[in-house]
Design a protein around this ligand. Structure first.
Ligand code: AMP
Ligand code: ZN
Ligand code: FE
Ligand code: FE
Length: 286
């Protein structure tokens, strides 16, 4: 594969959060897809980074340490990605420990609602399946799949787990400015993930990004598995107008998002390798 056809993938989940494959297996898939550099961006946890770096060194894939932190903004969830964070930073580690604790407060409440709806499962079963401290709704979805209550994670979210569904319980979340500040404090580059989730039109998103930039936001995830071409064009436009870094990734999770593949998303994702250099420079400038 020549250099022009190389791609990167800056948004990947592993078994350290709600992905279904361990870092080394994600890296193996990345190699097959022709990915030259990638970021592991597990929710609220950095434990997958060393294993990913080891596999990356073996396979010749550059591994960027990353994180994804959920935040609340009005009635939407904004996810903030952090690139090149110092993954040993004790302050960031302590923030993430607190976020994982908030997951453990919320998840049993979701399980209780599911029990009330007649579905038999325990939080212990969810934690055993998860095998990590960063337990999320996709793990609950997988338990529901294994027990035959639903056929897919999508069905689990639509029928039970999504915001507005009968077993939904909100989680205590930081505001986006806090998430951004935590990442910056660990010398990471904060980037707004999947802007399509922000539930804004182009003008609204422009204003939102302007506001977040004032709080230290440095980039926007323009390229994403589920972005339509017009959305990609709109986000690119916003990035250019506000002088924000352009990033992109698949948001691969394995079985809970079975239509999304490492490096290629739903088949038409291509995050150009040339986006990496500006991101790296921004991180090096701290
Ligand atoms: P949590 O972090 O526990 O609130 O769970 C949210 C995560 O669930 C998101 O980051 C997504 O990875 C995943 N998710 C949200 N909606 C869906 C869906 N419809 N199907 C599969 N996974 C989803
Ligand atoms: Zn996830
Ligand atoms: Fe996300
Ligand atoms: Fe994600």
């Amino acid at each position: 594969m020549d250099n022009r056809s190389r791609r990167i993938d800056l948004h990947l989940h592993t078994t350290h959060s709600d992905g279904s494959l361990p870092p080394a297996e994600v890296l193996a898939l990345a190699q097959k897809a022709g990915v030259s550099a990638l970021a592991i961006t597990d929710h609220d946890i950095l434990d997958g980074i060393p294993e990913a770096m080891e596999a990356g060194a073996r396979l010749g894939i550059e591994v960027i340490p990353g994180i994804e932190i959920s935040s609340r903004y009005e009635d939407a969830e904004l996810h903030i990605l952090g690139y090149y964070v110092d993954w040993k930073d004790p302050e960031l580690q302590s923030r993430l420990t607190q976020l994982r604790a908030s997951r453990h407060r919320r998840n049993p409440l979701i399980v209780a609602k599911l029990n009330e709806l007649g579905l038999a499962l325990t939080y212990q079963e969810v934690q055993e399946l998860a095998g990590t401290e960063s337990v999320g709704r996709p793990h609950i979805a997988r338990v529901l799949m294994e027990k035959g209550y639903v056929q897919s994670a999508k069905e689990a979210f639509t029928r039970y787990l999504a915001d507005g569904a009968p077993a939904y319980v909100p989680r205590e979340l930081p505001g986006p400015a806090e998430a951004i500040a935590w990442i910056r404090a660990a010398r990471g580059v904060p980037v707004l993930a999947h802007p399509v989730w922000a539930k804004q039109n182009e003008a609204g998103l422009l204003r939102l990004c302007e506001e977040l930039k004032a709080h230290g936001l440095m980039g926007i995830e323009v390229h994403y598995s589920t972005h339509k071409p017009q959305q990609t064009a709109d986000y690119l436009n916003i990035a250019k107008r506000l002088d924000l870094l352009i990033t992109g990734g698949s948001d691969f999770h394995g079985v809970t998002k079975p239509d999304i593949e490492v490096g290629i998303g739903r088949g038409n994702l291509k995050v150009p390798e040339k986006l990496l250099e500006p991101l790296k420079k921004a991180a090096a400038a701290f």
